[in-house]
Ligand binder design. Sequence first.
Ligand code: ATP
Ligand code: MG
Length: 391
Amino acid sequence: MKYNQIMVRFGELSTKGKNKKDFIHTLAINIKNALRDFPNLAFSVQYDHIYVILNETDPKPVIEILQDISGIHSLSLVLFTEDNIENLLKQSLALIREEEGKTFKVYTRRSNKAYPLNSDTINRTIAGEILRNSPLKVDVHNPDITLSIEVRNEGAYIFTKTFKGAGGYPLGTGGKVMHMLSGGIDSPVAAYLLLRRGLRIECIHFASPPYTNIGVIEKLKDLLKELNKYQSEIRLNVIQFTKLQEKIYEVADESYAITLMRRIMFRLASELSKRRHCLAISSGESVGQVASQTLESIGVINEVTNVPVIRPLVVTDKEEIIRIARKINTYEISIRPFEDCCTIFAPKNPKTKPALDKVEEYEAKFDYQTMINEALDNIEVIRVKKEEELF
Ligand code: ATP
Ligand code: MG
């Protein structure tokens, strides 16, 4: 028995009307783009599902790709067939015979209300046929196999397996965020969580040559290549940060350096986000991880900006962050040794409760605004794209 379609579900959408249409339209485009290497596939876009019509294509790699696309709640490999009951009996029996297990249940949904039989009758008729013609037993609570039937206006769909999707919203429906990407473990994971929610990202990185190694940029590109699965082109803005860092160490007590540095980073990110039409900035901060990530410290840092700041990992523990990093293949890249500007310049006793007046006193000692403008005028922009196969 051959399955002939994949049913793609969106899950419970809180959006309705035009927003829902936009959601489906964007998702359909993303699906078609992601599957463009499979020339025989066809697509049918409907109000509550998208159907991928296989036309003899092997479903396995197609399902794997679909599982990574944000906005898809779940998917099933289905047999689309005529909905007359004789045909349903025949096809259901053929499908269930290929499954492994001892117990089953039939679950019917009927959205075609003109269909002559109700769901309950369909369930009982088909279950009876299976009981008579196979060794399987019914178990309605915990069956090994659930045979699902959906009777819709265009025909019936029969399936036994449902796969989990990435969830979230389709890429690009939620606006763009300026994300601070460091090369550590946290910030790529934070970026992934934003992408899964349907946001687009652009990245900003603060580089401190010669203190930080040039290899950092290669590492960032490798991280972004993994994230290209979710956004096919990501812009990386590299900011020269060395002069600002040196200046901070010149004017301020070492224990305040991290706070001052991060306030400058947030000023730079905010300014660039406005220039690039981003609606928010984001970072991989997680409360309590290090000195600059106490609530007191986050407060003093956040004070420099009126752009909304998203911190997707703020209360996520490190183990969970690492679990996600492994899942999205960024962990091995992130742990490659390299010197980060924050590690190089890390003071021995950073303030966990920096005082705002003290911070402002230090900042009054140098013209950071001119230095910020200069850094923004000298951004290096790197576009990291999905590698296209030429042939
Ligand atoms: P990560 O693992 O993402 O490096 P971390 O636990 O090392 O995070 P910090 O170094 O304090 O924490 O940085 C917190 C966040 O600030 C990072 O997640 C990132 O978003 C941002 N950040 C830190 N350093 C840089 C940098 N050099 N360039 C861009 N963003 C940075
Ligand atoms: Mg870091």
